[in-house]
Design a binder for this molecule. Sequence first.
Ligand SMILES: Nc1nc2c(c(=O)[nH]1)N[C@H]1C(S)=C(S)[C@@H](COP(=O)(O)O)O[C@H]1N2
Ligand SMILES: [Mo]
Length: 319
Amino acid sequence: MFIVQKKPSDAKSSEITPKSVFMNRRRFIQSAAIAGLIPGILPKDALGAGKGRKLDGIIKSSHSTNQKPTAYDLITSYNNFYEFGTSKDMPALMARDFKTKPWTVSVKGEVNKPGLYDFDGLIKPHQLEERIYRFRCVEAWSMVVPWVGIPLSNIIKRLDPTSKAKYVAFETLNDPMRMPGQRRPILQWPYVEGLRMDEAMNSLTLMAVGLYGEELPNQNGAPIRLIVPWKYGFKSIKSIVSISFVEKMPPTSWNLSAAQEYGFYANVNPEVSHPRWSQAKERKLGGSYFSPKVKTLKFNGYEEEVASLYDGMDLKKFY
Ligand SMILES: Nc1nc2c(c(=O)[nH]1)N[C@H]1C(S)=C(S)[C@@H](COP(=O)(O)O)O[C@H]1N2
Ligand SMILES: [Mo]
């Protein structure tokens, strides 16, 4: 298979793929596809050119950054989605035939409207918004993404949690038949993540169902994934099938895998180094490999909107 087995402890150290290597691999995939070496894969798919179904009735959100969005091509071909392989170019290929219709999301725990919601039942009552957000990965790359989604707070209000709900826990689909990466114990499956209730209710927190005005590509977490723009990318869990309202802090995948490296909060913090690298700078995806790195902003530049959530907390301890 394509999956390269890695120890959880070194899963991330090798992930800063030099741009030149990445581009060569893409070119290889593209030419292999043209040459017919990869059956059924057209270069268009390998590069992720806009081909999804258009989404209707999207309003533009005032929460967008006015920075220029990263090319669709890059957002959809340089991914982290371990269920579909551990290298950045693998999800676009391996998730190509992943079926996301039908899709159900189970809502449970401390909530007044629990149940099994089908995708449309969960989404349709809400207004879709386009939100252009900065996105920062722990491996030091960043991009600007025009997500389409619904503020998580709107969904939570409708589901009506009880006063006992202190955290929201999310789970990705667990289906090794459909997600080949789950056939190996790279992480504990399913992928799980969580937010404190006030983080979940913050107006920036988004449930994304689209990208560039179209349905979410599989490799970006179709059909529904979380986006928490002031936290490192790993909090933004993909292909969600379960939302639980809970009293106690829920487990999170990267914390289970390497607790000393990845905490529950995972706020973008240039002042706190990861045990194996500095987090002070980032490389913008789409620039040249040789372009200088830029300084990372605290809370990924969303300090004004979210800093108060962490008043009085020692963010060196609660990383
Ligand atoms: N289920 C699941 N969700 C996931 C991941 C994953 O491996 N599995 N990777 C995370 C990480 S580390 C990052 S950086 C982002 C990447 O999102 P993108 O591929 O849309 O850029 O997804 C996050 N969500
Ligand atoms: Mo990441």
